[in-house]
Write a protein that binds this ligand. Sequence first.
Ligand code: G6P
Length: 628
Amino acid sequence: MDLLRALIMCGIVGYVGHRPASDLLLDGLSRLEYRGYDSAGIAVVEDREIAVRKRRGRVAGLIELIESHPVEGSIGIGHTRWATHGDPSDVNSHPHLDESGRVVLVHNGVIENHDRLKARLSETGCGFRSSTDTEVVAQLIGWHLEQLIESGHAADDPETCWSALRATLDELEGTYGLGVLFRDCPGHLWAARCGSPLVIGVGDQEYFLASDTSPLIGYTRDVVYLDDHDTARLGRDGLEVRHRDAGTRDVAVQTIQDEAVDVELGEFPHYMLKEIYEQPDSIRSAMRGRMDGDDATAVFGGLNADAGELRRIDRIVLTACGTSWHAGLVGEYLIEEFARIPTEVEYASELRYRNAPLTDTTMVFAITQSGETADTLAAVRECRRKGHKTLAICNTVGSTIAREADGGIYLHAGPEIGVASTKAFTSQVTVLALLALYLGRMRHMSFRAGEAFLESLEAMPELVARTLECHDTVREVARRFADCGNFLYLGRQYNFPVALEGALKLKEISYIHAEGYPAAEMKHGPIALVDERTPSVFVTPRGGVYEKVVSNLEEIKARGGPVIAIAGPDDERIAGLVDEVIPVPDVPEFLQPLVTSIPLQLLAYEVALLRGCDVDRPRNLAKSVTVE
Ligand code: G6P
């Protein structure tokens, strides 16, 4: 069988200690399932025997399998998979064994030279079972181990395992986060990182391995982040980390913060709904400690840039993917209006391969919820390689981008589990508003204007809470239009990125085709799509472009298209023109995205529910896209 290229971006867990490993691994995998849910599996080593249980589908299916076929042991690894190539079958599920059954591993990443390595191993008689690149890594470690044993090294000596692992890693091209067990050296678990995140949780005579900190919560707050080219041995006797070039290194144990803790669903049926309802609090958290009433400005603890440096900036580049990119577009409007600094928003996937002319006075901000998005990370690295100060606006404390950036601003939104991003967006907009204020106040923005800005911002958590009262109306609107096959989302100025974000939300979780456009642009193409089965969602609260948007709206009505309007309270004029109105509170224009995005999140949620879609785990998507 041809070796298909498996692009895998997945969740990894591991455990070494004194408790039954399978319970901990399954718990960890359930919390990592948002990273991928094509298959799940675990391997446990006990009495020099490796037991593997894996199957296509969700972690719930694996739990059933283990209930009927339990595994004993207190050392193990686990994996939940998201694949874009390669069949998500039982056989392609992780963990993967080598042919001799001595080595078993889980992998997150892409091995780019897997076909060459496979051809070489096949020539030595090695038989492959799966069509993944990951099995090549297991087979290669097995092959190196065999060579070492034949030349007199003991299979139960950890140094032999280190050597087999190191020799393998030296041959790999691509990215990996690995968790590896050796049958004949059963007191230990090995980990290796290059490009895919791994964190080790430090407990009382026990260690945890995970792709991010969510599986560790409730077990330990003490963590060690692995860097690229680190390998680690986690044993009941301790932890050792070796860097490819620097040898054994000191491990710095850090304590994760309280905000990482709240990952339970509580009374909500879905994480997405819970996170939509958390927005009054998450916006408050993004502002906490950052409003300086005395100087009518914002304060940031971690920017690592002094006032002189910030005053010299004459251009800003915001780079991101997906929803974070939409927040960046709002940021462009904010920074240009209030700080008057020319700002561009670049898809990270484009910026990383462009030779963009960045000067000494350009500052780059990467915007990312997870801090792990591969394209955003690559853009950060490319900008830093060229010597540009690169800051992060990030939610996940300790994530790779947060650690590699020169400084930045945390969102403090708490973990976002729903694959469709909601609260991260409004927190990003809040932080970008504070940044615009801060940069504006060190230029030409007056004290009075700064005060008014802060006052408006301070009122937002309460106004967002009031906006959530539109939920019943949104539910009715969803019932009326849930079976339409196409939607248009239209808005202008600050509400143009909101239109893009509304369309993305609907696409992501209800699989309905939706397009977002600046409202006036619909005349240049999208209006041809309008018919009585294609609703247009107009984001049209009161403000400077209100009249213009109303004209655009009338153009759609004149062509028989149904219109849903997100409008200010008691807007009789709009109510007389459109089919459905979803009211939102009046707020200053520059903060409108914080309220107008809420009904669009709820609309996508309600439509997806009516269509029977899996809201928190939409098909083909994953929360953290850690491959290119
Ligand atoms: C994925 C998620 C999106 C997210 C994007 C960027 O595509 O499904 O919801 O907006 O990645 O993620 P980041 O973590 O960098 O903000």
